[in-house]
Design a protein around this ligand. Structure first.
Ligand code: PLP
Ligand SMILES: N[C@@H](CCOP(=O)(O)O)C(=O)O
Length: 506
């Protein structure tokens, strides 16, 4: 472990942008060719120029691809600059960091470094993902990074929902959906598109980037590609994603293919296509994505001042994210940042529940299912690519899998909304898991729980409209439809008197 004597305080110094700016303006004749080319018109330096003037101290951190869960005797590995998604045996890959190099710095060092970067505009550390750059893509040049300063999302104390619906005082919702494109996919996509940007500068054969999607991956991919000027192609199951999600890649200039199949069908097609054409695969089968997504776990610890919650509940579909959370927590423990990891819960819609069935069967005989239609449409997935990663995460975190019926998930979403949130149906799935585990006495009243909210509720407004207007057969217990009222004083007074009478004790 690195002793404090060896800590380089300069690594921790994050000059304020004002200081940067002042110094920069007195150094206009700086010798860097980058700077002179980008500032040939003598405009003030931008945040990337400033990052070039103050390169981070040299280090020897590195990362490579290895087969997922490879034994110690495996020597198979690939540079991150190779275009490879599968191991030689056809299994999943994982990004493996040089943990020895990282462990030369102790937990206190990493905590202080990460804390020093929060809330700044310093490139690229103003991003919640890139503020952990050394643990994400240590070798990428900050110039190649494509970032919207994603991450650093609100960890919301769900005081009223906690008290009213689950009898808890320490319930939190990590709002990963309050983000650039409205979902947690931004966290992974900034990493993947940055690496693509680097590969293209290295003249590697990447003409475009493609994904299959239930609506959120495609939104993130198209936005990050558009901001870097990289062509994107998205495969969407026809009529199975929300209008708000569909208009995102359309607006960002992606080639949008609407295909008469489900997500699993689109996933199969994109894998075949990316094996043939110089199109880089952007789904979470590509382990680069998970390096960005894992920073949400680190961020949760950071937001609790490096205290570890008891439980973290994550809605699961293609199952990359549950592993990403595990990996983030595990790295923090391995590097002495915290002393333990939370128990993980993966929550699935009962209409698309292959992981739940596998768990209930004691992890014997995994069978893909035909995913049925669900209001949690972004997790309507029957054959998740990261099934092995999810099982690993759950087994090693004493984890649990729960499921939610359509009525349960919609009721939970509506109840959460009634306490001031505006969440997506997938978060409703996670809240249902919480309600069930509280009722079963598995999660205790005094425990600290984080529910991961994965997308913005506005992307799924139609499902809320349908619920509240009573158009979903058998649903609507907590509906709060608008009241039609005649435009006269008496009619309005009648409605208000009823309202005040009903609420007089609340
Ligand atoms: C909103 C939302 N929630 C949850 C998930 C599940 O994440 P994962 O596929 O990583 O399990 C997805 C995508 O699948 C999603 O778009
Ligand atoms: N919900 C996802 C499904 C694909 O997941 P990925 O993480 O493998 O890209 C989506 O929004 O497309």
């Amino acid at each position: 472990m690195m002793s404090s004597v060896l800590l380089k305080p300069s690594l921790l110094k994050v000059p304020s942008s004002r200081n940067h700016r002042r110094r920069a303006s007195t150094q206009v004749t700086c010798t860097s060719s980058h700077i002179s080319s980008s500032n040939s018109n003598h405009s003030p330096p931008n945040i990337k120029d400033e990052a070039r003037r103050h390169p981070p101290a040299a280090h020897d951190f590195s990362a490579k691809y290895v087969p997922f869960n490879a034994g110690f005797d495996s020597s198979e590995s690939y540079s991150l600059d190779e275009i490879v998604y599968r191991s030689r045996s056809g299994g999943l890959l994982d990004v493996q960091h040089d943990m020895e190099a990282l462990a030369r710095f102790d937990g206190a060092y990493w905590r202080a470094l990460f804390d020093s970067r929060v809330g700044k505009t310093t490139w690229p550390y103003g991003s919640g993902v890139w503020s952990k750059k050394e643990w994400v893509l240590p070798e990428i040049d900050p110039d190649d990074i494509v970032s919207a300063f994603e991450g650093n999302s609100n960890l919301f104390w769900a005081e009223r929902f906690g008290k009213q619906f689950v009898g808890m005082n320490d319930l939190w919702v990590k709002h990963c959906g309050i983000s650039h494109t409205g979902s947690f996919k931004d966290l992974g996509m900034t990493v993947l598109v940055s690496q693509v940007n680097r590969l293209r500068k290295m003249n590697r054969p990447v003409v475009g980037v493609g994904c299959a999607s239930t609506g959120d991956t495609s939104a993130a991919l198209s936005a990050y590609c558009a901001s870097a000027g990289i062509p994107s192609i998205v495969f969407l199951p026809a009529n199975k994603i929300s209008t708000a999600q569909l208009i995102q890649p359309v607006s960002n200039g992606a080639l949008v293919l609407s295909i008469e199949t489900d997500f699993d069908g689109c996933m199969k097609l994109i894998r075949e296509i990316t094996a043939e054409l110089p199109i880089y695969l952007a789904n979470s089968l590509n382990s680069l994505r998970l390096e960005g997504q894992k920073t949400a776990a680190i961020e949760i610890l950071q937001q609790f001042n490096w205290e570890v919650p008891d439980w973290v509940i994550v809605p699961g579909g293609n199952l990359g994210n549950i592993y990403a959370f595990y990996k983030g927590f595990k790295m923090c423990k391995e590097l002495g940042v915290v002393e333990k990891i939370p128990r993980l819960v993966c929550a699935q819609a009962a209409n698309a529940n292959p992981l739940y069935l596998y768990y209930k069967n004691g992890w014997k005989d995994f069978k893909a299912v035909k995913a049925n239609s669900t209001f949690a449409s972004a997790i309507q997935i029957g054959d998740p690519v990261s099934i092995d990663r999810a099982v690993h995460a759950l087994r090693n975190s004493n984890g649990i899998v729960e499921e939610a019926t359509e009525e349960e998930l919609m009721d939970a979403m509506v109840q959460a909304d009634s306490t001031g949130m505006f969440i997506c149906p997938h978060t409703g799935v996670a809240l249902t898991a919480l309600i069930k585990l509280r009722n079963a006495g598995v999660i205790r009243e005094t425990e600290r729980v984080v529910v991961v909210s994965t997308a913005h509720g506005l992307k799924f407004a139609q499902s809320k409209i349908d619920y509240h207007s009573g158009t979903i057969p058998g649903m609507g217990r907590y509906a709060n439809p608008p009241v039609s009222v005649n435009p006269d004083f008496g009619s309005v007074m009648d409605v208000l008197k009823d309202f005040l009478h009903n609420h007089s004790n609340s």
